[in-house]
Design a protein around this ligand. Structure first.
Ligand SMILES: Cc1cc2nc3c(=O)[nH]c(=O)nc-3n(C[C@H](O)[C@H](O)[C@H](O)COP(=O)(O)O)c2cc1C
Length: 298
């Protein structure tokens, strides 16, 4: 076989995802229920929207892609995420009524960080958080759309967490040590992610997930996975390896662009239906029962 190097973390992640196969367990199985509970709220599915930003109006439609997927999240009662944006855009997201987690960037302007977090809380956000995997760029600290990012210390993160009544989500955790640090700082959820391959040779989230799960045993921290999630089978594998939920990513973009709110609803329904089918075929009636007993690593 020809030797070829793959430095693209997205491709490495996809290959790792596909290296898990699923066993059946049918006798005594029932039609599964995909409902989950997160921080006292019931959601119809462990499938979540991604923390996207900068999506414009597609196809000359009135609403931005961000609002369209948020409305789909509301209609389907799944958890919504949004990323980098100013408060006026966040207001439009809040007005959709979706249960939303606002992921604030690690801006060098710390007043802006705190202002955006407080604004989200005042506007009824479900949670707030930060994508700590977007601090550095190739030339040092990253500049995102003209905005300088900066290093986030434990004290800074602790103070964001202490400043809010909302659950705090740390996005971009990819090691056991960092997961434990998040728990120690008081985070209520982590998103195991490499932010669509920002880090060359980033470990696939699923490869590090079981040891993160083990490291967080007995700690009150929810685990969400993203990167390369495009089907119910992908979501199932995340749940089987220790996640509480999984967020779709760029795989949803064609459905959003072409079909708007309805396109998104169809996409999420397809992913969730496939998840329910696999849960039913593997003998798991509820999401919380899912473990790794029916997946096989090739
Ligand atoms: C257009 C676009 C904008 C994004 N903006 C943000 C953002 O502002 N904050 C953030 O935490 N992640 C952001 N992400 C990353 C996603 O939340 C997610 O981690 C990533 O897309 C998952 O990988 P996948 O697309 O391969 O599934 C963005 C991704 C895309 C494609």
């Amino acid at each position: 076989m020809a030797y070829s190097r793959i430095s693209d973390a997205n491709e490495i992640t996809e290959r790792y995802m596909d290296s898990f196969l699923i066993k059946e367990r049918l006798i005594d199985s029932v039609v599964a229920d995909t409902e989950i509970e997160l921080f006292g709220t019931k959601f119809s599915s462990p499938v979540m929207m991604p923390a996207f930003s900068h999506l414009k109006e597609f196809g000359g439609r009135k609403l931005t892609g961000l609002e369209e997927y948020s409305i789909a999240a509301k209609n389907m009662n799944i958890l919504n995420f949004v990323g980098m944006m100013e408060n006026d855009m966040y207001k439009r997201i809040a007005d959709t009524g979706a249960k939303t987690v606002r992921i604030v960037k690690p801006y060098a302007d710390n007043i802006k960080v705190r202002d955006q977090m407080k604004y989200a809380e005042d506007e009824g956000a479900f949670g707030i958080g930060m994508d700590i995997d977007h601090i550095f760029g190739n030339e040092g600290l990253d500049v995102v759309v003209g905005e300088l990012m900066t290093v986030q210390t434990s004290e800074m993160i602790r103070s964001y967490i202490e400043s809010t009544k909302l659950p705090f989500f740390v996005k971009g955790v990819l090691s056991e040590e960092e997961a434990v640090k998040c728990a120690d700082l008081g985070a209520k959820a982590i998103i195991v992610s490499h932010h669509h391959g920002r880090l060359p040779y980033a470990v696939p989230p699923l490869m590090v997930l079981p040891s993160i799960k083990k490291a967080l045993q007995g700690r009150d921290v929810k685990i969400i996975v993203d990167c390369g999630i495009s089907s119910g089978a992908d979501v199932y594998k995340c749940l089987a390896l220790g996640a509480d939920a999984a967020a779709v990513g760029r795989a949803m973009l064609p459905s959003l662009e072409e079909g708007g709110i309805e396109g998104m609803e169809k996409f999420i329904t397809k992913v969730n239906n496939e998840l329910r089918f696999i849960m039913s075929c593997t003998g798991f009636e509820t999401v919380s029962q899912i473990d790794d007993s029916c997946i096989v690593k090739t």
